[in-house]
Write a protein that binds this ligand. Structure first.
Ligand code: ADP
Ligand code: MG
Length: 417
């Protein structure tokens, strides 16, 4: 499938596959009538094509207002927005909606329209032929993990929160916009579903490479999703705009540190991927391996446990010496089924969770088709945690005095970095 060839190319030729557009905010300002202070005060930032930038900051700091000036749902009082170099300050919101998808909290679906009709809205205003719209709607439903046959004709009130949110994303992407704006799209959704939706978004973005501006007040969500994070303080002033790693390890000031919160080292576990740590080879057998051979593998391996794979090479169960002894010739019911696995793209946090869940101190790593690749153990994970904690302590020694000194410099009111 083309789908797979795309995924395997991803790390090699990422730039050629970027379908997003660059966004420049230039001295963007918004004054609402009756507010003594501007809600967005002279904000400038550049977002690269294909990048996911998360705006994170306390409630009321102007995140939504900033976002809505990009697609002109809010009229700027001053400044400019450029998309791929083109000044869109004069372009009306309807025309802009073909270029800029928009997904919001509680999905914003029209209750009197079916799922299919909701997704078709923007392509329809763009004048797409019926047939193309129909194909596109089905394609979008599949993209967000909803079976087209099952969901196309449903009304929004017949969907779970998570499904509604998926439809919201499908609708935002329907007209194939290079830019996607998302305003707390997963707010108010239970943590498990929210985590799934975040994973889905990462997968979709990996495939589509749009430019995404994502608003949240949840710093953990920002870390998980952002290529870069803009930490905003009041009036949408940028406190720090950098990669999640840089913000976690070198918060610009106390405001950012406060937002990062406790446990920065542990949060970094969410940034490190399984592919970045050492995977072990584990002794394996398959369901077709004769029992005698299994004993030989176990004896020769020097471990107490081997991993049995099914005919498609997927991890199937863990077998210990004692399991084999008790099995008396039939392995059908012996051993412990493999419950948790992780992919190479999973975070070390996910891996740690899987290891702890399994309570046996290791988790199998699988490829795209579920095939066995290796094993990551507790020891490797703990080494990573220790490494991160050590780096954190070192950082505290090396950087904090410097920051204090920088603040104490005479006349050093503004940031120069
Ligand atoms: P955030 O998304 O960060 O919570 P918002 O951009 O929604 O912040 O709001 C920032 C400030 O602007 C708030 O004080 C809010 O009351 C005000 N505000 C937002 N929208 C409007 C509006 N349409 N008219 C007047 N004031 C508004
Ligand atoms: Mg908001």
């Amino acid at each position: 499938m083309s789908d797979e060839s795309v995924a395997s190319d991803a790390s090699v030729a990422s730039d050629e596959r970027v379908a997003g557009a660059s966004i420049e905010l230039e001295n963007l300002t918004k004054r609402y009538p009756g507010h003594p202070q501007p809600t967005v005060d002279d904000m400038s930032m550049e977002i690269k094509a294909g990048e996911t930038v998360v705006l994170v900051g306390p409630s009321g700091c102007g995140k939504s207002t900033t976002l809505r000036m990009v697609n002109r749902l809010v009229e700027p009082s001053g400044g400019r927005v450029r998309i791929d170099g083109e000044d869109v300050t004069g372009v009306d919101a309807v025309r802009l909606s073909r270029k800029v998808g928009y997904a919001v909290r509680s999905s914003g679906l029209f209750p009197h329209l079916t799922v299919g009709q909701n997704i078709a809205l923007v392509p329809k205003t763009a004048g797409w032929p019926k047939r193309r719209i129909r194909d596109r709607v089905a394609e979008m439903l599949a993209l967000v993990g909803l079976e087209p046959g099952e969901f196309h004709d449903r009304y929004p009130d017949r969907l779970s929160d998570g499904q509604r949110q998926r439809v919201g994303v499908a609708r935002a992407l329907a007209a194939d916009p290079p830019v996607l704006l998302m305003d707390e799209p997963f707010g108010g959704i239970d943590p498990v579903t929210r985590d799934q939706l975040q994973d889905e978004l990462i997968r979709i973005q990996h495939e589509l490479r749009r430019t995404i501006v994502f608003v949240t007040h949840d710093f953990d969500e920002a870390i998980k999703l952002g290529d870069r994070i803009a930490v905003l303080r009041e009036r949408s002033r940028i406190a720090q705009f950098d990669t999640p790693e840089a913000i976690l390890t070198h918060p610009a000031d106390d405001f950012v540190s406060g937002l990062v919160g406790a446990g920065a080292a542990l949060k970094q576990l969410g940034l490190t991927r399984v592919r970045d740590v050492e995977m072990r080879d584990w002794p394996t057998v398959t369901v077709d391996t004769p029992l005698q051979q299994i004993f030989r593998v176990l004896r020769g391996s020097g471990t107490d446990e081997i991993l049995m794979l099914d005919r498609r090479h997927r991890p199937c169960k863990w077998l210990r010496r004692g399991d084999l002894m008790r099995a008396r010739g039939s392995l059908a019911r012996a051993g412990t089924p493999v419950h948790a696995t992780v992919t190479r793209d999973a975070s070390l946090r996910d891996a740690l969770e899987a290891v702890l869940t399994d309570s046996a101190g290791r988790v199998a790593v699988i490829g795209r088709r579920g095939e066995y690749l290796g094993v990551v153990g507790m020891k490797t994970l703990m080494n990573s945690v220790h490494g991160l904690l050590a780096a954190d302590r070192l950082d505290a020694v090396e950087h904090r005095p410097e920051r204090v000194a920088a603040r104490a410099r005479p006349g050093g009111g503004g940031s120069t970095a």
